[in-house]
Design a protein around this ligand. Structure first.
Ligand code: SF4
Ligand code: SF4
Length: 69
């Protein structure tokens, strides 16, 4: 799964377009990520113009992200 630094996201929508499995969605207020769909391909990471996405390979849930417990 990925983590997005939402405060620095410019809501360009690029990540939602390049994701091959629709694991990212553009809502009115922010980008939503659906970890259960993510295949860790890093397309979103590589195409984000402001580099606010970090990939955590193999992590499948929010609670397993570094720094969350
Ligand atoms: S890593 Fe790949 S599958 Fe996961 S959200 Fe980004 S583009 Fe989609
Ligand atoms: S590509 Fe980056 S800046 Fe654009 S919407 Fe996605 S996270 Fe935000």
């Amino acid at each position: 799964m990925i983590r997005i630094r939402h405060e620095d996201c410019i809501m360009c929508g690029t990540c939602t377009m390049v994701c091959p499995v629709k694991a990212l969605g553009l809502t009115a207020s922010r980008i939503e990520h659906y970890p259960e769909k993510c295949v860790d391909c890093a397309q979103c990471v590589n195409n984000c113009p402001v580099k606010v996405i970090t990939l955590y390979k193999g992590v499948k849930s929010e609670k397993d992200l570094p720094g969350s417990r």
